[in-house]
Ligand binder design. Sequence first.
Ligand code: GDP
Ligand code: GDP
Length: 459
Amino acid sequence: MSFTLAIVGRPNVGKSTLFNRLVGKRLALVDDQPGVTRDLREGEAKLADLRFTAIDTAGLEDATDDSLQGRMRRLTERAVGMADVCLFMIDARTGVTPTDMVFAEILRKKSAHVILAANKGEGAAADAGVIEAWSLGLGEPIRLSAEHGEGLNDLYSQLMPLADEFEKNAQDTGPQVDVDVDEDDEEDAVPVPTRSKPLQIAVVGRPNAGKSTLINKILGEERLLTGPEAGITRDAISLRMDWNETPVRIFDTAGMRKKAKVQDKLEKLSVGDGLRAVKFAEVVVVLLDAAIPFEQQDLRIADLAEREGRAVIVAVNKWDVETEKQEKLRDLKESFDRLLPQLRGAPLITVSAKTGRGLDRLHDAIMRAYEVWNRRITTAQLNRWLTGMLEQHPPPAPQGKRIKLRYMTQVKSRPPGFVVMCSHPDKMPDSYSRYLVNGLRVDFDMPGTPVRLFMRSQN
Ligand code: GDP
Ligand code: GDP
């Protein structure tokens, strides 16, 4: 059982630097410019033997109007609401500012547990600021240097007893609710293991496909900022939410690219963004723009997802602007089969992120793909099936010696993987393997999911 820590404080005190240190360097961006980090970002954090979720927040601005700053502040308050513990950070070199004081007041009212950290605490220049931090009335400040990794043991000593407390509370409330992925499993299949963890989804696709709009719509609240203000960053790492009562964690790749447009020097950090999203995910949603579907970039990421063995869904967005829907759909299916044969049978769902149309179908397709991806088939069923396949289409006989397929079993799921015991596995032509894989897909109803088939000799 883990807990959630929100790192809050005015811009430029070093929140992202600490977040990066706890979560892993490559997951967040840091910049000198105040206010570069303006959204909630979430990551799995590690501090010695503690594992928890860290949230990096917007700066705690003291504006109260409905400007960007006001929205930032509301976002921060929301983060505080989501968190079990708040780490309130000030800059020890600057000392306590009026803004710090305003927000110390908010935290005193809103958060059950506040840990006060005086950051940039390395060196004598910070001495005065660390002492001043006591005046905030939030207890003893931790002297921290996020940049140099100093003071983390003190942070650990404050978090540890809290972690124990959360653990106890969690046990008191009983086991987590299990969400069974599929009620009507065919009798053939062994039931899918129940989930205790949110379903991990990555939404990938070219810039402007509508990824942020889609995630915003699912989230149903303004967690990712989309707005006309220049320089808004949306470099969310992952967002946890309930989608039609399914706990999900969605990895959003939109933000980093958006940021790269604003600031060239950050561009290089977004390289490999898609790859990370794919590695993170159980299900990958490749979001296409209906006006320009199946671009090189889309094809590459879809192929990558298949090779990494993820369940893949292709969603065609901006369907609201299509007029010739039937004709368009036919074209899309044709392009899909031609350009992504490796994803044969994967669902193609038309959606409008803007209006929300098709999102329920997308949800159901995701759940279904996830179920298939987890599918387990018993050995008895597989061998009955294999016998039929061999009769229907006997294996080849290179140099007059027929390859014997003796036995088959499923060795893994996520994605499903099978081993066939046979004589001369090295002589088995690819076409026969494909025949078996396609047969498995059809007969055990596993469209779209990557299916792995390995040939092995008996000894
Ligand atoms: P945020 O806006 O609060 O998220 O702050 P950032 O993490 O982006 O950090 C703002 C600036 O402070 C960056 O230039 C960091 O390198 C710098 N910084 C962060 N932590 C420390 C620290 O412990 N010591 C010093 N000297 N600088 C730091
Ligand atoms: P991202 O770069 O993939 O995150 O794309 P955005 O979510 O920022 O969307 C890019 C543009 O497409 C924005 O102007 C959106 O308003 C627009 N857009 C997104 N989804 C839809 C949709 O379903 N229909 C229409 N008509 N426009 C959309």
